[in-house]
Ligand binder design. Sequence first.
Ligand SMILES: Nc1nc2c(ncn2[C@@H]2O[C@H](COP(=O)(O)OP(=O)(O)OP(=O)(O)O)[C@@H](O)[C@H]2O)c(=O)[nH]1
Ligand SMILES: [Mg+2]
Length: 192
Amino acid sequence: MRKFLLFGRTGVGKSSFVNTTFGDYIAETSEFEACTKFVEHYAYDTPLGNVSLIDTPGLAEDDEACDEAYLSLVKAKVDLDEIYATIYVSRLNETRFRPDEKRTLRLLTNRLGASIWDRSILVLTFAASVPEEQREEATSRRILHIEEFLQTLTLENRLVPQFRKFHEYWLVDNIVSNWAEDGVSALSLLTA
Ligand SMILES: Nc1nc2c(ncn2[C@@H]2O[C@H](COP(=O)(O)OP(=O)(O)OP(=O)(O)O)[C@@H](O)[C@H]2O)c(=O)[nH]1
Ligand SMILES: [Mg+2]
């Protein structure tokens, strides 16, 4: 079974991604407040194969101590050696590369080890909220910001392995369907 570990700041759509992938409301989501408080495994035997998504509490919800506690919970509940790929979720419709995202990336790398990026997928949510004519540029900009930050972080701290790039990039919208003509389901990507 392929196990994917989801990470990202609060409200970026991690739990919604679980629901869209499996086509069912199984992970609770919330519009206004930090929602997921525990590490939850969602395993489905789908027509495309066995897939498990591990939902985690959103980071940067409160202070760094809160993030540390959430990451300790992840370490206690997840065998990182069994993870097929890490899915880092971020919103496409944010124009700035904000300090809380940098802090999140730094904490993830320092607490779980640079190897969590070994095989990693960048999922950019809220894709339909960005006008079509700006989508390509917005995507390249976010990829560049996040990748450059991780490259510098691992280089300057001499972390091994040094981050190079994400394995794959997916543009998704968890709420709006048919926003792109060539849209494919998340599940088909996870099992490809
Ligand atoms: N328009 C749009 N809304 C989304 C998308 N993904 C999530 N949302 C909405 O954003 C809000 C937060 O989504 P969640 O899935 O709860 O976010 P989360 O990352 O699990 O949040 P935490 O559990 O707090 O870490 C909900 O109201 C979702 O309906 C998306 O791709 N597009
Ligand atoms: Mg959640």
